[in-house]
Design a protein around this ligand. Sequence first.
Ligand code: MG
Length: 252
Amino acid sequence: MRFAGAAIILGSVRIVAHVDMDAFYAAVAQRNPALRDRPLVVGADPKEGHGRGVVTAASYAARRYGIRSALPISRAWRLAEAARRRGEPETIFVRDDHALYREVSARIMAILVPAGDAFQKTSVDEAYLELSSLGSFDAAVERARQLKAEIVSQEGLTASVGIGPNKLVAKIASDFQKPDGLTVVRAEEVQPFLDPLRIRVIPGIGPKTERFLHERHIRTVADLRTLERAQLAEWFGRWGEDLFAKARGRSR
Ligand SMILES: [Mg+2]
């Protein structure tokens, strides 16, 4: 049970999966066949452009209009209107239904819990699974395929899964091919996988850190890796030390 902090078994390969539901809130709403494949926005009432509050989630079709979670709902409404005037499909706005999300989430987590040596839920639609006891990445891929299929058949929802030698790499991998992705990064593939990616993929690098590093011509993980540990520590303190490790695919 590695997530509880148990000892490392020497010589054994560590395998972690990160399961992330695809556009979860929007996808739950879109189980209604009338809403399927439509541009859909979940969040506050847009009140014809005068609503307050933000977008909780946008379906992939709505994202093509530039609508993203955390955007003001009034702005989302204007983007949807602009698309409609261009002759594109109309966007449907639905209110949040937190009770329903919790219910669906609980059923999905119940599918995941028994599938790993340890389980850690990190949000309503994300969890880590420790799969080291399967003994090989191939077996972990097979387990991930089964889980994805089970979630589709029981809930009609897709998930993206990342598999890696630790939680950091698994998390970045789950985001690599969305939706309905399955990305495997074996220990020896970690650096070639990470190097070409934008620094923003590293958990903890937000807009502020990204801007700071861009100003210093650091754009990819490979760029980040050229920096000395001392340089990162000077800029960011303890977090700089973390960043040095993360750029090398190491996580605690
Ligand atoms: Mg998600």
